[in-house]
Design a protein around this ligand. Sequence first.
Ligand SMILES: NC(=O)c1ccc[n+]([C@@H]2O[C@H](COP(=O)([O-])OP(=O)(O)OC[C@H]3O[C@@H](n4cnc5c(N)ncnc54)[C@H](OP(=O)(O)O)[C@@H]3O)[C@@H](O)[C@H]2O)c1
Length: 319
Amino acid sequence: MPSYDREKADKCAHSYELLRPVDAAHIAYPRVWIGTWSMGGEGFGPHDLGESVKTLEKAYQLGFRHFDTAGFYANGRSEELLAKVFGRVRKRIFISTKGGLWREGRRVWHDARPEALRQALFESLDRLRTDYLDLFQLHWPDPNVPLEESLGALEELKQEGLVRFIGVGNLTGEVIRKFIEPGMLIPHQVHFNPICTKHVDGLKAGREGARCINCVTSPFEQGLLVNPVYLKKRLGKKDVRNRNPLFRDTTVISRLRQFFRECKQQNVGPAAVILSWLLNRDEVDIVIPGPRRPKQIEELVDGVGKVDSHEVKNVGMRF
Ligand SMILES: NC(=O)c1ccc[n+]([C@@H]2O[C@H](COP(=O)([O-])OP(=O)(O)OC[C@H]3O[C@@H](n4cnc5c(N)ncnc54)[C@H](OP(=O)(O)O)[C@@H]3O)[C@@H](O)[C@H]2O)c1
């Protein structure tokens, strides 16, 4: 099983502070990481590569230093995009990527055997044009491979100096309590937001005995929570959000109509409200939104600035 720097973790008041780039200067937002799934250009409607580049440049310019990706996203193009934009400042950024989930055409499968994770890591290093990863995670547990085996493989990659931190994703509370030792503080990615709370036990289990650093993914429910256009818009045939039943849930849609009205009345952006709702929760360490445009980076900055404001909390309380 992986060993962790327990002493360091115990001393760390805010566990997310452990996850820093090699050159840790100028980190303005250690709790908000920029997710790059949609910026890879597949599955989220029309895409503009130039816009994605500008979005990442804006993020860096405003002080974001953590970027989350995966070999799985857009067939590796999200990783290639990071290499293109940040090649020259590699040590100043923290790259979090994942392995163990594979695809070929429309076929998707899990393979988190040690040899498959090693292969995924080397493919990611190639696409990211780097010789180390800051964080390498098991994207999903593989039902055919014991979790200890996958974690042991990640730990080996860490011991070899290819990876600075290892992490996990999409584990249940039960699995965390069984397999992740107290004090490990292993980064764990969990889908969570005001309209998707079914995985909250995974976050709670991570908190018990400091097992995990809790990282929230899809905080805006793939855009549904922050962009009123999705209440009416028909998604394209290849859009991944067609698989998300919340986009068609009439109760959710009527709650969101009310939410957007209130945001307008209070003159606050929905992204600020949702960020506040998440960052103020005890069980959340890090939030990973997936912006696609420079303006959305500015909204995130604005949101962090308003996290404790009265207006934002007033609207957020309605969830
Ligand atoms: N570990 C895992 O299994 C896992 C799973 C899912 C996601 N993730 C990570 O979490 C990241 C975020 O998740 P996500 O991409 O599903 O979506 P999200 O952050 O919930 O939603 C992103 C969408 O929200 C819209 N949006 C509007 N205003 C925004 C703003 N100010 N900032 C950000 N987005 C805004 C954008 O769509 P429009 O511009 O089109 O409106 C964007 O495509 C991913 O990129 C990935 O890194 C990890």
